[in-house]
Write a protein that binds this ligand. Sequence first.
Ligand code: NAD
Length: 288
Amino acid sequence: MKIAFIGLGNMGGGMAANLAKAGHDVRAFDLAAPALTAARDAGCTTFDTAKEACEGVDAVVSMLPNGAIVKGVYENEVIGRAPAGAVLLDCSTIDVATARDVIGAAQGAGYDMVDAPVSGGIAAANGGTLTFMVGGTDAAFKRAEPILSAMGKAVIHAGDAGNGQAAKICNNMLLAVQMIGTAEAFSMADKLGLDPQTFYDISSVSSGQCWSMTSYCPVPGVGPQSPSDNDYQGGFASALMLKDLKLAMEAAGSAGANTPLGKHAQEIYEAFVQDNGALDFSGIIKTL
Ligand code: NAD
Protein backbone atom coordinates (compact mmCIF):
# COMPACT_ATOMS: atom_id res chain seq x y z
CA MET A 1 0.00 0.00 0.00
CA LYS A 2 1.18 3.58 -0.68
CA ILE A 3 1.04 5.48 2.61
CA ALA A 4 1.91 9.13 3.31
CA PHE A 5 3.31 9.65 6.83
CA ILE A 6 3.36 13.19 8.23
CA GLY A 7 5.21 13.94 11.52
CA LEU A 8 8.31 11.80 12.04
CA GLY A 9 9.22 12.79 15.60
CA ASN A 10 9.85 10.64 18.66
CA MET A 11 6.73 8.60 17.98
CA GLY A 12 6.10 9.00 14.25
CA GLY A 13 9.67 8.06 13.31
CA GLY A 14 9.33 4.53 14.70
CA MET A 15 5.76 4.15 13.44
CA ALA A 16 6.71 5.07 9.87
CA ALA A 17 9.67 2.67 10.06
CA ASN A 18 7.33 -0.16 11.10
CA LEU A 19 5.01 0.54 8.16
CA ALA A 20 8.03 0.37 5.82
CA LYS A 21 9.18 -2.85 7.53
CA ALA A 22 5.72 -4.33 6.92
CA GLY A 23 6.27 -3.80 3.17
CA HIS A 24 4.34 -0.57 2.62
CA ASP A 25 5.62 2.16 0.32
CA VAL A 26 5.95 4.95 2.89
CA ARG A 27 6.09 8.56 1.62
CA ALA A 28 7.35 10.55 4.59
CA PHE A 29 7.32 14.26 5.46
CA ASP A 30 8.40 16.31 8.48
CA LEU A 31 9.48 19.93 8.90
CA ALA A 32 12.73 18.81 10.58
CA ALA A 33 15.61 17.66 8.36
CA PRO A 34 17.08 15.11 10.87
CA ALA A 35 13.69 13.37 11.03
CA LEU A 36 13.73 13.02 7.24
CA THR A 37 17.23 11.53 7.28
CA ALA A 38 16.20 8.97 9.90
CA ALA A 39 13.08 8.09 7.86
CA ARG A 40 15.19 7.50 4.74
CA ASP A 41 17.52 5.25 6.78
CA ALA A 42 14.45 3.29 7.87
CA GLY A 43 13.35 2.62 4.28
CA CYS A 44 10.88 5.47 3.67
CA THR A 45 10.94 7.85 0.69
CA THR A 46 10.98 11.49 1.80
CA PHE A 47 9.39 14.59 0.25
CA ASP A 48 9.81 18.35 0.58
CA THR A 49 6.15 19.00 1.39
CA ALA A 50 3.21 17.11 2.86
CA LYS A 51 1.27 17.80 -0.34
CA GLU A 52 3.84 15.92 -2.44
CA ALA A 53 3.94 13.05 0.04
CA CYS A 54 0.15 12.69 -0.33
CA GLU A 55 0.16 12.31 -4.12
CA GLY A 56 -1.25 9.01 -5.35
CA VAL A 57 -1.51 7.41 -1.88
CA ASP A 58 -4.02 4.89 -0.55
CA ALA A 59 -3.74 6.22 3.01
CA VAL A 60 -2.37 9.13 5.06
CA VAL A 61 -1.10 8.70 8.64
CA SER A 62 -0.16 11.68 10.83
CA MET A 63 1.59 11.94 14.23
CA LEU A 64 1.76 15.64 15.08
CA PRO A 65 2.18 17.76 18.23
CA ASN A 66 -1.25 19.39 18.68
CA GLY A 67 -4.74 20.11 17.35
CA ALA A 68 -3.94 23.42 15.63
CA ILE A 69 -1.15 21.77 13.62
CA VAL A 70 -3.31 18.74 12.75
CA LYS A 71 -6.11 21.03 11.55
CA GLY A 72 -3.70 23.13 9.46
CA VAL A 73 -2.01 20.12 7.88
CA TYR A 74 -5.29 18.37 6.94
CA GLU A 75 -7.06 21.52 5.72
CA ASN A 76 -4.11 22.91 3.74
CA GLU A 77 -2.09 19.88 2.65
CA VAL A 78 -4.03 16.63 2.80
CA ILE A 79 -7.70 17.23 1.97
CA GLY A 80 -7.99 17.79 -1.76
CA ARG A 81 -4.43 16.60 -2.31
CA ALA A 82 -4.62 12.93 -1.30
CA PRO A 83 -6.63 11.02 -3.94
CA ALA A 84 -10.37 10.77 -3.35
CA GLY A 85 -10.97 7.42 -1.70
CA ALA A 86 -7.79 7.48 0.42
CA VAL A 87 -8.30 6.69 4.10
CA LEU A 88 -6.93 9.25 6.59
CA LEU A 89 -5.63 8.33 10.07
CA ASP A 90 -4.60 10.94 12.64
CA CYS A 91 -2.71 9.27 15.51
CA SER A 92 -1.77 12.51 17.35
CA THR A 93 -3.21 13.27 20.79
CA ILE A 94 -5.46 16.31 20.30
CA ASP A 95 -8.70 17.75 21.68
CA VAL A 96 -11.94 15.94 20.94
CA ALA A 97 -13.59 18.98 19.30
CA THR A 98 -10.77 19.52 16.77
CA ALA A 99 -10.65 15.79 15.99
CA ARG A 100 -14.39 15.87 15.20
CA ASP A 101 -14.02 19.07 13.12
CA VAL A 102 -11.18 17.70 10.99
CA ILE A 103 -12.93 14.36 10.46
CA GLY A 104 -16.11 16.23 9.49
CA ALA A 105 -14.18 18.28 6.91
CA ALA A 106 -12.52 15.14 5.52
CA GLN A 107 -15.85 13.32 5.27
CA GLY A 108 -17.35 16.37 3.58
CA ALA A 109 -14.64 16.04 0.93
CA GLY A 110 -15.38 12.33 0.47
CA TYR A 111 -12.65 10.69 2.59
CA ASP A 112 -12.94 8.05 5.29
CA MET A 113 -11.08 9.31 8.35
CA VAL A 114 -10.40 8.12 11.91
CA ASP A 115 -8.82 9.60 15.02
CA ALA A 116 -6.47 6.92 16.36
CA PRO A 117 -4.44 8.18 19.35
CA VAL A 118 -2.08 5.76 21.03
CA SER A 119 -1.23 4.38 24.41
CA GLY A 120 2.45 3.46 24.79
CA GLY A 121 5.53 5.62 24.50
CA ILE A 122 8.57 5.82 22.26
CA ALA A 123 9.68 2.23 22.98
CA ALA A 124 6.24 0.92 21.95
CA ALA A 125 6.29 3.10 18.81
CA ASN A 126 9.69 1.69 17.85
CA GLY A 127 8.74 -1.86 18.79
CA GLY A 128 5.35 -1.82 17.02
CA THR A 129 3.49 -2.56 20.26
CA LEU A 130 1.26 0.52 20.57
CA THR A 131 -2.42 0.35 21.52
CA PHE A 132 -4.66 2.37 19.20
CA MET A 133 -8.03 3.77 20.32
CA VAL A 134 -9.99 4.52 17.20
CA GLY A 135 -12.93 6.84 16.53
CA GLY A 136 -14.83 6.81 13.25
CA THR A 137 -17.46 5.03 11.22
CA ASP A 138 -17.44 1.21 10.94
CA ALA A 139 -16.34 1.53 7.32
CA ALA A 140 -13.44 3.87 8.17
CA PHE A 141 -12.35 1.63 11.07
CA LYS A 142 -12.35 -1.43 8.84
CA ARG A 143 -10.00 0.28 6.40
CA ALA A 144 -7.73 1.77 9.10
CA GLU A 145 -7.40 -1.40 11.17
CA PRO A 146 -4.84 -3.31 9.04
CA ILE A 147 -2.62 -0.21 8.75
CA LEU A 148 -2.70 0.37 12.51
CA SER A 149 -2.05 -3.33 13.18
CA ALA A 150 1.34 -2.98 11.46
CA MET A 151 2.29 -0.43 14.15
CA GLY A 152 0.64 -1.85 17.25
CA LYS A 153 -0.43 -4.82 19.34
CA ALA A 154 -4.04 -3.74 19.87
CA VAL A 155 -6.50 -1.74 17.76
CA ILE A 156 -9.81 -0.97 19.46
CA HIS A 157 -12.85 0.73 17.92
CA ALA A 158 -14.07 3.27 20.49
CA GLY A 159 -17.12 4.47 18.52
CA ASP A 160 -17.76 7.54 16.38
CA ALA A 161 -15.34 10.29 15.35
CA GLY A 162 -13.49 11.78 18.33
CA ASN A 163 -14.13 8.80 20.60
CA GLY A 164 -10.52 7.63 20.26
CA GLN A 165 -9.41 10.95 21.74
CA ALA A 166 -12.11 10.70 24.42
CA ALA A 167 -10.85 7.24 25.46
CA LYS A 168 -7.25 8.43 25.48
CA ILE A 169 -7.81 11.45 27.77
CA CYS A 170 -10.13 9.56 30.14
CA ASN A 171 -7.47 6.82 30.43
CA ASN A 172 -4.62 9.27 30.99
CA MET A 173 -6.58 11.31 33.52
CA LEU A 174 -7.11 8.07 35.46
CA LEU A 175 -3.42 7.21 35.10
CA ALA A 176 -2.32 10.61 36.49
CA VAL A 177 -4.65 10.33 39.47
CA GLN A 178 -3.55 6.73 40.06
CA MET A 179 0.17 7.63 39.88
CA ILE A 180 -0.20 10.49 42.36
CA GLY A 181 -2.15 8.19 44.70
CA THR A 182 0.47 5.44 44.41
CA ALA A 183 3.29 7.92 45.08
CA GLU A 184 1.43 9.29 48.12
CA ALA A 185 0.88 5.81 49.53
CA PHE A 186 4.56 4.82 49.19
CA SER A 187 5.71 8.13 50.70
CA MET A 188 3.35 7.80 53.64
CA ALA A 189 4.29 4.13 54.16
CA ASP A 190 7.92 5.23 54.34
CA LYS A 191 7.18 7.97 56.88
CA LEU A 192 5.28 5.43 58.98
CA GLY A 193 8.33 3.15 59.03
CA LEU A 194 7.22 0.56 56.43
CA ASP A 195 9.87 -0.83 54.10
CA PRO A 196 8.82 0.03 50.48
CA GLN A 197 9.35 -3.56 49.24
CA THR A 198 7.24 -4.89 52.12
CA PHE A 199 4.49 -2.37 51.38
CA TYR A 200 4.66 -3.40 47.69
CA ASP A 201 4.43 -7.10 48.60
CA ILE A 202 1.29 -6.39 50.63
CA SER A 203 -0.47 -3.74 48.53
CA SER A 204 0.25 -5.43 45.17
CA VAL A 205 -1.93 -8.37 46.31
CA SER A 206 -4.45 -6.20 48.19
CA SER A 207 -7.15 -3.77 47.15
CA GLY A 208 -4.74 -0.85 46.52
CA GLN A 209 -3.13 -2.73 43.63
CA CYS A 210 -3.04 -0.81 40.34
CA TRP A 211 -0.95 -0.49 37.15
CA SER A 212 1.06 2.45 38.52
CA MET A 213 2.19 0.18 41.33
CA THR A 214 2.73 -3.21 39.73
CA SER A 215 3.92 -2.21 36.25
CA TYR A 216 5.42 1.24 36.78
CA CYS A 217 6.31 1.64 40.45
CA PRO A 218 7.49 5.19 41.26
CA VAL A 219 9.91 3.83 43.92
CA PRO A 220 13.33 2.75 42.57
CA GLY A 221 14.21 -0.91 43.06
CA VAL A 222 10.61 -1.96 43.70
CA GLY A 223 8.49 -3.85 41.15
CA PRO A 224 9.52 -4.46 37.53
CA GLN A 225 12.10 -2.24 35.81
CA SER A 226 10.61 1.23 35.22
CA PRO A 227 11.82 4.86 34.75
CA SER A 228 12.18 5.24 38.55
CA ASP A 229 15.12 2.81 38.27
CA ASN A 230 16.75 5.22 35.83
CA ASP A 231 16.35 8.39 37.90
CA TYR A 232 13.02 9.06 36.11
CA GLN A 233 14.67 9.47 32.69
CA GLY A 234 12.86 8.17 29.59
CA GLY A 235 9.31 6.86 29.83
CA PHE A 236 6.34 9.26 29.56
CA ALA A 237 7.44 12.89 30.01
CA SER A 238 5.57 14.86 32.69
CA ALA A 239 5.06 17.67 30.13
CA LEU A 240 3.11 15.22 27.91
CA MET A 241 1.06 14.06 30.89
CA LEU A 242 0.22 17.69 31.60
CA LYS A 243 -0.76 18.17 27.94
CA ASP A 244 -3.19 15.24 28.23
CA LEU A 245 -4.60 16.50 31.55
CA LYS A 246 -5.25 19.91 29.99
CA LEU A 247 -7.08 18.23 27.09
CA ALA A 248 -9.03 16.15 29.62
CA MET A 249 -10.07 19.21 31.64
CA GLU A 250 -11.06 21.08 28.46
CA ALA A 251 -13.22 18.12 27.42
CA ALA A 252 -14.69 17.75 30.93
CA GLY A 253 -15.64 21.44 30.87
CA SER A 254 -17.38 21.25 27.52
CA ALA A 255 -19.15 17.96 28.34
CA GLY A 256 -20.22 19.12 31.83
CA ALA A 257 -18.36 16.21 33.52
CA ASN A 258 -17.42 16.64 37.20
CA THR A 259 -13.73 15.72 37.58
CA PRO A 260 -12.35 17.20 40.83
CA LEU A 261 -9.42 14.74 41.06
CA GLY A 262 -8.53 15.26 37.41
CA LYS A 263 -8.42 19.02 38.08
CA HIS A 264 -6.23 18.54 41.14
CA ALA A 265 -3.91 16.20 39.19
CA GLN A 266 -3.55 18.90 36.54
CA GLU A 267 -2.56 21.46 39.21
CA ILE A 268 -0.03 19.04 40.72
CA TYR A 269 1.60 18.28 37.34
CA GLU A 270 1.50 21.96 36.36
CA ALA A 271 3.69 22.79 39.37
CA PHE A 272 5.97 19.78 38.76
CA VAL A 273 6.49 20.53 35.07
CA GLN A 274 7.88 24.03 35.81
CA ASP A 275 11.29 22.46 36.52
CA ASN A 276 10.82 18.79 35.59
CA GLY A 277 8.94 18.68 32.28
CA ALA A 278 11.29 16.13 30.73
CA LEU A 279 11.20 13.73 33.71
CA ASP A 280 8.94 10.69 33.61
CA PHE A 281 5.55 11.35 35.21
CA SER A 282 6.29 8.87 38.04
CA GLY A 283 8.91 11.42 39.21
CA ILE A 284 5.99 13.20 40.89
CA ILE A 285 6.96 11.14 43.97
CA LYS A 286 9.98 13.42 44.39
CA THR A 287 7.62 16.25 45.42
CA LEU A 288 5.93 14.33 48.22
P1 NAD B 1 7.62 15.15 18.56
O1 NAD B 1 7.65 16.61 18.88
O2 NAD B 1 8.83 14.33 18.83
O3 NAD B 1 7.23 14.94 17.01
C1 NAD B 1 6.35 15.76 16.30
C2 NAD B 1 6.93 15.92 14.90
O4 NAD B 1 6.00 16.66 14.10
C3 NAD B 1 8.25 16.70 14.88
O5 NAD B 1 9.25 15.93 14.23
C4 NAD B 1 7.92 17.99 14.11
O6 NAD B 1 9.00 18.47 13.32
C5 NAD B 1 6.76 17.50 13.26
N1 NAD B 1 5.90 18.59 12.77
C6 NAD B 1 5.41 19.65 13.44
N2 NAD B 1 4.62 20.39 12.64
C7 NAD B 1 4.63 19.78 11.42
C8 NAD B 1 4.01 20.06 10.18
N3 NAD B 1 3.23 21.12 10.02
N4 NAD B 1 4.22 19.22 9.15
C9 NAD B 1 5.02 18.13 9.31
N5 NAD B 1 5.64 17.81 10.46
C10 NAD B 1 5.43 18.64 11.50
O7 NAD B 1 6.36 14.58 19.34
P2 NAD B 1 6.04 13.03 19.66
O8 NAD B 1 6.54 12.71 21.02
O9 NAD B 1 6.41 12.20 18.50
O10 NAD B 1 4.45 13.12 19.81
C11 NAD B 1 3.60 13.15 18.68
C12 NAD B 1 2.17 12.99 19.15
O11 NAD B 1 2.06 11.75 19.86
C13 NAD B 1 1.71 14.07 20.13
O12 NAD B 1 0.38 14.41 19.83
C14 NAD B 1 1.84 13.40 21.50
O13 NAD B 1 0.95 13.94 22.45
C15 NAD B 1 1.49 11.96 21.14
N6 NAD B 1 2.04 10.94 22.06
C16 NAD B 1 3.36 10.99 22.45
C17 NAD B 1 3.86 10.00 23.30
C18 NAD B 1 5.32 10.01 23.74
O14 NAD B 1 5.66 9.25 24.65
N7 NAD B 1 6.18 10.81 23.12
C19 NAD B 1 3.02 8.97 23.76
C20 NAD B 1 1.69 8.93 23.33
C21 NAD B 1 1.22 9.93 22.47
